[in-house]
Design a protein around this ligand. Structure first.
Ligand SMILES: NC(=O)c1ccc[n+]([C@@H]2O[C@H](COP(=O)([O-])OP(=O)(O)OC[C@H]3O[C@@H](n4cnc5c(N)ncnc54)[C@H](O)[C@@H]3O)[C@@H](O)[C@H]2O)c1
Length: 352
């Protein structure tokens, strides 16, 4: 077991749930616990997780797996459930699941009775390396993703890397795009590591999984520790996301697949603008190939992709904020690229 902490984040990385209860008691004495999870996760992890909790009043609220659960309706149902079981300000909510459960449970905790404690226990690769760290919570309204949300830090994030072994193949593969993202934005040597160790990582060897999750969680904690509310540095975490946003919505592909397509668009643009050389781009292509990540989209109109990029809530003063690679392991937020140029790049990444 290892800890990563700073003023904002408190993360425990482990290979089991054994030390969870200890950690919980160190934080506070809670009168009851509400575990929010989804059907898939609860089936594979619920028993193992709960058996490690000693002498507590435990409630469970299980949502349907998938993005649709991040809705106002599900939020309202959970709040009503909290009232019914008398969840108090001395209670704690535990989010046991992927990013959907984490965002939803975090939002419930941040608003119920003006905020009660929440603990993140991420179970997907994306959640372990990204969404469970940094305190962003959110729910969707229709097509508007995370349009309602808060910044609300969990008391701690408890990562049991071992649970990644039950994650469906496709979820694991697409989660790798967030892992790759960290190497491009922060640590170029990590990109080589990902290329050289792809077989063992894809076979989910315990040591390799532990290494990559710890590496990414440390980078995320460091970035968020320096810029909690995304005033500056934290924006680099959006690398691949602004471009990816449009294809994710229109092509109905996973978040991870959209991010790898989005990163490809950003790389192509940097190459055209002479911000990076061909060799660097080729290494990016190599890592995507190793993890079978897509680089092109289909079944969407490039103009519509651009329109969605323009409506991204991360833009400011009507300018599209793009995070572009500018050197090995370094990116920069650039908002001076004209729309025609962006459209050209989107077109280039459309599967012909
Ligand atoms: N808060 C943030 O900073 C942040 C950052 C990135 C993404 N997100 C959000 O995260 C969400 C996507 O998260 P996700 O990719 O984890 O999706 P998800 O929560 O839907 O999980 C993916 C699937 O894997 C299953 N699953 C999860 N862990 C499992 C396990 N160990 N074993 C078996 N099945 C398991 C889930 O039931 C689900 O079917 C999106 O809503 C996105 O907006 C939030």
């Amino acid at each position: 077991m290892e800890k990563i902490s700073n003023d904002i984040c408190n993360i425990i990385i482990d290979n089991s749930y054994k030390h969870f209860d200890e950690e919980l008691n160190e934080q506070n004495i809670y009168d009851s616990i509400l575990i929010i999870s989804d059907g898939n996760v609860y089936k594979s992890q619920g028993h193992d997780f709960v058996k490690n909790l000693k002498s507590k009043i435990i409630y469970e609220y299980i949502v349907s797996p998938g993005e649709d659960s991040k809705s106002l309706e599900v939020y309202e149902d959970i709040i009503k459930y909290c009232v019914r079981i008398n969840l108090s300000r001395k209670s704690v909510i535990i989010a046991l699941g992927g990013g959907v459960v984490g965002d939803l449970a975090g939002y419930v905790a941040s608003t119920y009775m003006r905020g009660i404690d929440v603990i993140q226990v991420p179970t997907s690769l994306l959640a372990q390396v990204d969404s469970s760290i940094g305190g962003k919570t959110g729910i969707n309204i229709g097509n508007f993703k995370n349009i309602i949300g808060t910044f609300y830090q969990p008391k701690f994030t408890y990562i049991n890397v071992d649970v990644l072994k039950t994650l469906p193949e496709d979820e694991f593969r697409s989660g790798m795009s967030e892992v790759i993202k960290y190497s491009i934005i922060y640590d170029y040597n990590f990109l080589d590591y990902l290329i050289n160790n792809s077989k063992d990582i894809l076979n989910r060897g315990s040591e390799k999984l532990y290494y990559i999750v710890k590496k990414c969680a440390s980078i995320k904690a460091e970035v968020v520790g320096k810029d909690e509310k995304e005033g500056g540095l934290r924006k680099i975490l959006n690398f691949g996301h602004t471009f990816g946003h449009g294809v994710e919505k229109l092509c109905k592909i996973s978040h991870g697949d959209a991010v790898s397509i989005g990163m490809n668009m950003a790389f192509k643009l940097s190459l055209k603008e002479n911000l990076i050389d061909e060799k660097y781009y080729n290494n990016f292509l190599k890592v995507c190939k190793a993890y079978d990540l897509p680089l092109e989209f289909e079944n969407a109109d490039e103009n519509e992709v651009l329109e969605i990029m323009k409506s991204d809530k991360k833009n400011s003063f009507s300018k599209i904020n793009l995070v572009l690679p500018v050197d090995l392991g370094k990116v920069k937020v650039i908002n001076t690229i004209c729309e025609d140029r962006i459209l050209e790049i989107i077109k280039e990444c459309k599967y012909a």
